[in-house]
Design a protein around this ligand. Sequence first.
Ligand code: PMP
Length: 436
Amino acid sequence: MSNLFYQTKSPRPLLDRAQGIYMWDVDGKRYIDGSSGAMVSNLGHSDPDVLAAMRAQMDKSTFGYRLHFQTESSEELARKTAALAPEGLNKVFFVSGGSEAVESTLKLARQYVLTQGQAQRYKVISRYPSYHGCTLGALAITGYAPMAAPFDPMMQRMPKIPAPRAYLDGLDADDPATGLHYANMLEAAILQEGSETVMAFVVEPVGGASTGALVPPAGYMQRIREICTQYGVLLIHDEVMTGGGRTGRFFGAEHWGTVPDLIALSKGFGSGYVPLGAMIARDDIVEAVMQNGGFIHGFTYAGNPLACAAGAAVLDQIAKRDLVGNAARVGAVLQERLEGLMQRYALIGDVRGKGLLTAFELMADRATKAPLDPALNAHARLVDIAYDNGLIIYSRRTRGGTSGDHFLVCPPLITSEAQVDEITEILDRSLAQYMA
Ligand code: PMP
């Protein structure tokens, strides 16, 4: 009997070891890590260069409290992170995960508006569906009812606008009018809330767990930027899942060339080697806050030397091996293979994504986009079948947590085309078994 309590409904085997895109349980069964955990292990498992960098750091020091010491590894990782970030965003604040990164953007935004004499700005508009984390602040802006509902009395739920889901609304995602249609919902919400009360808007450049790799329609990200600038609303990009190269660019928003005011980063940033995340902020925002008493926020383990040494080694490997380029190339092949499966299985209603942030959605009717009966539990059943066949994929309810079944197929960025074929073959077999 285990003393742990996590959410896993069906007990999973004990993990023994992992290498590259493969993992083995203690019985010697091999699994393909087809979702990089939860879109985390971008570099694959047990990368010798990252392990060597971690060992070297461990031999020197594993912890130095950030208020007692500067550390070389945190300075180095901050420098490398800022170099990858858009121009004007050079200030980095380390944390230990995605929720902490998002929470930090909200706290810095609030302290910044206070320095600007705008104490009445506190509302954070986000989207429905969305996922931004499980701490109470991040949950207040998360558009996923089943996770937020029990905690409603304990937090101030923030306003939400619909996330663009052109495929469900029968709109053409390539038509710039569609992007405008959804982006203008932000303007309407700002005006309805009272623009003088709105502090920030938070968006995942490509939808993650909640929508399943949903790419925004043409013009959406650009128009969102314009609206935020027009109303003095800070734009926060939640790149916790999209950042670190997963979409075929280091930051997901690079696909649209839009620059936010604040960025939350995690998952692939530590690539599963250490708990690591970061907030990246516009220089003048940080300067204003630091000149007015400093940032009233921080986590004890943040910026510890071991996590930062691993993070710096991860960034080095991503650059050295052109893993961002590989994500774009191999992601295109994976999407093509999934489209091939879609031609053979009527059950697959949609295939989507960018780079190796790739998903497919099962539907009862591809033409009407009707979801499967939630009682069928397709999202859990297909995952279990694939798991038995040695492939790990990640599924969620697509339609705000109550119905719909999407599956994220997001192997590490080191995945080869031959390994994509291996993944496709197991998926094919698993879908056939699901249908049987
Ligand atoms: N934001 C996004 C976009 C995420 O995908 C996640 C995790 N799924 C989080 C925030 C929260 O990250 P963590 O679980 O590391 O706290």
